[in-house]
Design a binder for this molecule. Structure first.
Ligand SMILES: Cc1ncc(C[n+]2csc(CCOP(=O)(O)OP(=O)(O)O)c2C)c(N)n1
Ligand SMILES: *[C@@H]1O[C@H](CO)[C@@H](O)[C@H](O)[C@H]1NC(C)=O
Ligand SMILES: *[C@@H]1O[C@H](CO)[C@@H](O)[C@H](O)[C@H]1NC(C)=O
Ligand SMILES: *[C@@H]1O[C@H](CO)[C@@H](O)[C@H](O)[C@H]1NC(C)=O
Length: 649
């Protein structure tokens, strides 16, 4: 029996708890392919391999799938790719796993370092001279928590263990290992393989606040007239959601979620006042107003709590600002911080602490203080109680007003026509149709200029029921859906087979659909049976760059462009005949997915700007199409794509 470094590497991944490797092979992987086939043929894992190998025809999709997997399971997957070129093809997904703080172990092979058969695996193909670059790791180093070269099979297990330990400690993120081909071919004693045992490496335990700061924050919140909580990612740890909810409820503190990547508080929480990506709009206005008038601001796990040039906390030093972040409160990998310059004055404390733990500590102190205790200052307590009661009413009104506004945006008067049906209506239709399974539904939101609107109208209630990439590189959602379905399947084994999600839905832009390499993503979905629903918010191209232009040059040349096509951000209509449906030049998105899976995917487009029909008729059609798509995914376990053709940008 021959065991190699590759055997040990894969076994190390497996015993460390990695169940899946998303792979894209090349000339650097002969020993890996050999080892995997050895496993299959020798029945070591009942004919399968460990980890389970997922063939990914595109690397960005592979890493996005690993991201979705980790977001759902909390555990890293592996991504195995080919030398420098495969590393580059990971593309923007590298940015997403870094910014989204998602643990993942990436391994890339490298060209052999011998060329005259000095060692097994020595150079024997022409490409090996081309792929041998001076510093392969440099391609990704600034995004990685850890990088290392594997130099021998004798210590590969230690390298894997260290990499995983760092990847799974806050701030969590990607790690990158690489090795020359001969090293992965190195033959090793059988005992090294058979005796390998390892527990999943232990990451850093969640940090607490030191007692003096806990008291400071508790007192500040307790005595504040206008406290405010801002969070973006607290719910990445689902157990933090209930702590946050308790704190907000206890003192009636309004909560805003800015640029969120996950559900931080249930949507129906009466003190949730808005979810915003800080782009112009009524929710951002409400947020700005709160921020301007708050005297105490608690920021929990947020990368972008506000945009200094647009909205900011009170700037007269009287607003007390407390920052808590479990991994990297200073955002050391970003050149320009949020807490610096003029605004830094108001920041009283910056703490590296786990939100669940820290908020729990703060709650304990507050509870102690507001308890009826004759020895404590009764008058202050009474005054504070009154204040909380009054604030509760006021904050509930803000919440109710927000919901009323969302309701009215979803309302469809029957007589209206053409182009009226928009994202709020689409989301309402999806929400109503999936209501019976709302507790078992996951939305992956990559709706870009509609990020905030999708959040607000999805109205997610449960922790873990809505996710984004946490980064800004487009093309995450389709791969992430594959990974999320696989991850749910894996974690269901610990619940006796009960799945968390009956339905995984990507809600994405048409631009994002293409960024997601649909030919690859849907093929993988079919090959590995990971059915999901895709809703394409098709506005005929890239609306965001146009909005960015208008924000800087509201009356510039670009504002006079007669179409997105002329501006070069559109791919919808024949520029010479914008109104003619027959002259559309946009891709038929749903049919791309259908073709990628040779008919396995169900796909349909719905024209929402039809001249012939009134809005209620169009909406009815939309509902029927979405209902059928949901049925196909849940009952037939196939992918479905609904292309919602809205008015062009
Ligand atoms: C990989 C990558 N390339 C380019 C961009 C720049 N970009 C940001 S938004 C956007 C358009 C997205 O189009 P779509 O998904 O249709 O959403 P819309 O803006 O129309 O809402 C582009 C090209 C990006 N963020 N990531
Ligand atoms: C802060 O407020 C002062 C006076 O109110 C103003 O002059 C200054 O521009 C403000 N700074 C910022 C960063 O908003
Ligand atoms: C626009 O399209 C319509 C319908 O297809 C067609 O009848 C008309 O001739 C077109 N106009 C131009 C200018 O191409
Ligand atoms: C996409 O293709 C399908 C199948 O050919 C067709 O029914 C549908 O009308 C097309 N949609 C668009 C928007 O062209």
């Amino acid at each position: 029996m021959v065991y190699t470094t590759s055997s040990l590497f894969l076994k190390a991944l497996s015993v460390a708890g990695i169940t899946h490797a998303f792979v894209n092979w090349g000339s650097d992987h002969p020993a890996m392919l050999e080892e995997l086939q050895r496993q299959r043929s020798q029945g070591e894992h009942r004919g399968a391999t460990s980890p389970c190998v997922i063939t990914c025809p595109n690397e960005m999709v592979a890493l996005s799938a690993a991201q979705g997997y980790a977001q759902v399971t909390g555990k890293p997957a592996a991504v195995i790719i080919h030398v420098d070129v495969g590393t580059q093809a990971l593309a923007g997904a590298i940015h997403n796993v870094d910014r989204g703080r998602v643990p993942v172990l990436i391994y890339a092979g490298a060209s052999p370092f011998t060329s005259r058969n000095e060692l097994k695996g020595s150079r024997n193909e022409w490409i090996m001279w081309l792929q041998d670059i001076p510093d392969q790791t440099a391609i990704v180093r600034q995004y990685m928590r850890y990088t290392a070269q594997i130099n021998s099979g004798r210590n590969v297990v230690q390298v894997v263990k260290r990499a995983l330990q760092i990847a799974t400690s806050e701030p969590k993120g990607p790690v990158y290992l690489w090795a020359r081909r001969e090293v992965m071919e190195e033959e090793l004693p059988v005992a090294l393989y058979s005796s390998l045992s390892m527990k999943p490496p232990i990451g850093i335990a969640p940090a607490a606040l030191s007692p003096v700061y806990t008291v400071a924050i508790s007192n500040a919140l307790l005595t504040a007239l206008h406290p405010l909580i801002i969070t973006s990612h607290a719910g990445r740890n689902q157990d933090a959601v209930s702590s946050l909810l308790t704190l907000s409820t206890l003192l009636a503190i309004p909560v805003f979620c800015t640029c969120p990547s996950t559900v931080n508080v249930p949507f129906s929480h009466p003190y949730l006042c808005g979810i915003t990506y800080l782009s112009p709009g009524p929710t951002t206005d409400t947020f700005e107003e709160h921020l301007r008038t708050s005297d105490t601001v608690l920021v929990l796990d947020s990368d972008i709590p506000w945009i200094p040039s647009k909205c900011a906390p009170r700037n007269d030093s009287s607003a007390r600002i407390f920052i808590i972040d479990g991994g990297d409160p200073l955002k050391t990998s970003v050149t320009m911080g949020t807490w610096d310059a003029a605004l830094h004055r108001g920041v009283e404390l910056i703490c590296r602490a786990d939100t669940e733990v820290a908020v729990g500590q703060v709650i304990d102190i507050i509870k102690e203080n507001i308890r009826d205790d004759p020895l404590k200052l009764e008058t202050v307590t009474t005054e504070i109680r009154e204040r909380i009661k009054e604030r509760a009413q006021r904050t509930e009104q803000v919440h109710d007003k927000w919901i009323a506004r969302l309701d009215s945006a979803e309302f469809v008067p029957s007589a209206l026509s053409v182009g009226f049906i928009s994202v709020p209506h689409i989301m309402r239709a999806l929400r109503e149709i999936t209501a019976p399974i709302s507790s078992k539904s996951l939305i992956i939101n990559e709706a870009i200029s509609n990020y905030g609107i999708v959040w607000e109208h999805a109205r997610p209630e449960l922790p873990g029921s809505l996710l984004t990439s946490g980064g800004s590189s487009l093309g995450y959602a389709l791969g992430a859906c594959v990974g999320a379905v696989l991850g749910d399947l894996v974690s269901s084994t610990s619940r006796g087979g009960t799945r968390n999600y009956d339905l995984v839905t990507a809600v994405i832009g048409d631009g994002t659909f293409m960024f997601g390499v649909p030919s690859s993503a849907f093929w993988i979905a079919r090959r590995y049976d990971t059915p999901f629903l895709t809703i394409v918010l098709n506005n005929g191209g890239w609306r965001s760059p146009k909005l960015s232009m208008l924000a800087v040059h509201p009356q510039g040349h670009g504002s006079n462009a007669h179409s997105g096509e002329q501006l070069s951000v559109g791919f919808s209509f024949d520029p010479h005949n914008k109104s003619a449906q027959s002259n559309r030049i946009s891709p038929n998105y749903s049919q791309i997915a259908v073709a990628a899976t040779d008919g396995w995917t169900w796909g349909k487009s719905v024209l929402l700007g039809s001249k012939e029909n009134t809005a209620d008729v169009v909406l009815q059609t939309l509902k029927e199409v979405i209902s059928e798509a949901v049925r196909v995914v849940i009952e037939e376990k196939r992918c479905a794509v609904v292309d919602c053709i809205m008015e062009a940008l």
